[in-house]
Ligand binder design. Structure first.
Ligand code: GLU
Length: 469
């Protein structure tokens, strides 16, 4: 049985876009193999905990269509899925490790550790624990009777090679002497990530630990724990980290980092997933546009490339535009209406949106572009009269429009062309002026069609308003 998981920490506002990528790969790999995808919330870092983050993370996954089979809200056979509710389990196994000789109690004070760190820094050494308590064989009953505060540390064996077999990176050998005696259980009784992740992945029967590259250096510590417990190893796979186009680590300054921001900005969830799928992986037929189902069908985990792929907003916008054009008009209409309701608190007239969609669809890259192109259908435009005030033929336009009986784009166009000829003015200038009068902007959807949708009355009013000015 294939079981994959993501284990986000609720220490930010939402799911990081990099975590969404990890979620996508875990979800697809599980679905492809008729397995299960699990979300476990790693909330043991109580200082960095952000209220509401867990809810938001689960919601975002749902919004992107990557719902878990088991998670803290819906539960499952290995509940609870929130680490803060599993503390007893971690404590039990941490003490067990001490009993078996794979870990030890450490009572070093903060002060001592700080002093140690300073000294090491001065000597330009990598800061690490010096093993002061490693061979003291402090006993739990002694410490607890005397109420001495302690942590539990991993007793990293000396001179050992630890081999990480990574599904996409192959064999990576670590030297145990380079590893710190990692804290496993903190003095407040909470586990550190390293202890909790191993215990949970084991008890939740995770078959494949697929996570970001940044955790690769932690994996040898985890392997030591698996060995100490005498538990079989899961399969490890460390995904490349998404980067900015200039290769720097994805940062807030260059790209939004929270996954839900992309939905707020008007990207379609399917397009974002499609784009993420292309990070470090390519379609066997070099296709760029495909949906989640197709991705699931053709995806092979081993084909992921390990070089950090560039997350390029411009490319994502392009892809999103392609997705919008692929969507049929009636569905796109609903998406636009829903988007403006949800993110901009606007209730757009359904019928009007329906008529506008065919005019703007080709130009839109994001759902949020809809308003940019079509605001003038819903609101009176603010016309910058300095662009148009010296038009001597405003009244002629008004008269010509007034006489059009059958208010259709074609008729409007013919009538305006006729007028241009009669006036002997430049076509380009004429229509630019008319465009600004009607739409308030120099860029707009096709003018004749827009005027048809806007209606004769409104068009006449807009011309009249300029005449009066
Ligand atoms: N809590 C870690 C994170 O925030 C989980 C790492 C892992 O998947 O092991 O990404």
């Amino acid at each position: 049985m294939i079981r994959t998981r993501i284990a986000p920490s609720p220490t930010g506002k939402d799911l990081h876009i990099g975590n969404l990528y990890t979620a996508l790969i875990n979800w697809v790999f599980a679905k492809k193999n008729k397995g299960k995808f699990i979300v476990r919330i790693e909330d043991t870092d109580r200082q960095r905990l952000i209220l509401g983050a867990e809810k938001q993370i689960l919601k975002t996954l749902k919004d992107f269509g990557l719902e878990a089979d088991e998670d803290p809200e819906k539960g499952g056979p290995f509940a609870p899925y929130r680490q803060s509710e599993r503390i007893n389990l971690y404590q039990k196994y941490a003490h067990q490790l001490v009993e078996k000789g794979f870990a030890y109690y450490c009572t070093c004070s903060k002060k001592r550790l700080e002093k140690l760190r300073k000294e090491q820094q001065e000597k330009k050494q990598i800061p690490r624990y010096d093993g002061h308590c490693r061979n003291l064989n402090l006993s739990r009953s002694y410490l607890e009777n005397k109420k001495i505060s302690y942590v539990i540390r991993l007793k990293v064996p000396k001179d050992k090679k630890i081999v990480v077999n990574d599904l996409i990176r192959g064999q990576i050998v670590f030297k145990s002497n380079d590893l710190d005696d990692q804290i496993l259980l903190k003095s407040d009784g909470f586990p550190t990530y390293h202890l909790a992740v191993v215990i949970d992945d084991y008890f939740m029967q995770i078959s494949h630990v697929i996570r970001a590259e940044e955790w690769l250096s932690s994996t040898p510590k985890h392997i030591l724990l698996y060995q100490a417990f005498d538990w079989p190893l899961p399969i490890f796979c460390h995904l490349p980290i998404l980067r900015n186009p200039d290769r720097s680590k994805l940062s807030k300054r260059k790209n939004p980092v929270w996954a839900s921001c992309y939905l707020k900005k008007g990207f379609l969830p399917q397009a974002v997933l499609n784009y993420l799928a292309l990070m470090g992986w390519s379609h066997p037929k070099q296709k760029e546009i495909f949906d989640l189902k197709e991705f699931t069908d053709v995806f092979e985990l081993k084909d992921i490339q390990v070089v950090g792929p560039a997350f390029d907003l411009v490319k994502l916008e392009w892809l999103n535009g392609e997705w919008l054009r692929k969507t049929n008009n009636s569905k796109l209409k609903n998406q636009v209406i829903e988007y403006y309701q949800k993110y901009h608190n606007k209730n757009l007239n359904h019928n009007l949106v329906k008529r506008i969609i065919p005019l703007v669809k080709e130009r839109m890259k994001k759902l949020s572009d809809f308003w940019f192109y079509s605001q003038f259908f819903f609101e009176e435009p603010n016309v910058d009269t300095s662009i148009i005030k010296n038009i001597p033929y405003l009244k002629d336009i008004y008269q010509s429009l007034l006489t059009i009986k059958d208010w259709k784009a074609k008729k409007i166009g013919q009538s305006m062309q006729k007028l241009v000829k009669k006036l002997g003015v430049k076509t380009g200038d004429f229509f630019m002026n008319l465009r600004v009068i009607i739409t308030g902007k120099e860029i707009s959807p096709p003018l004749n069609e827009s005027m048809e949708v806007l209606g004769k009355k409104k068009c006449l009013e807009r011309v009249k308003k300029i005449i009066k000015n």
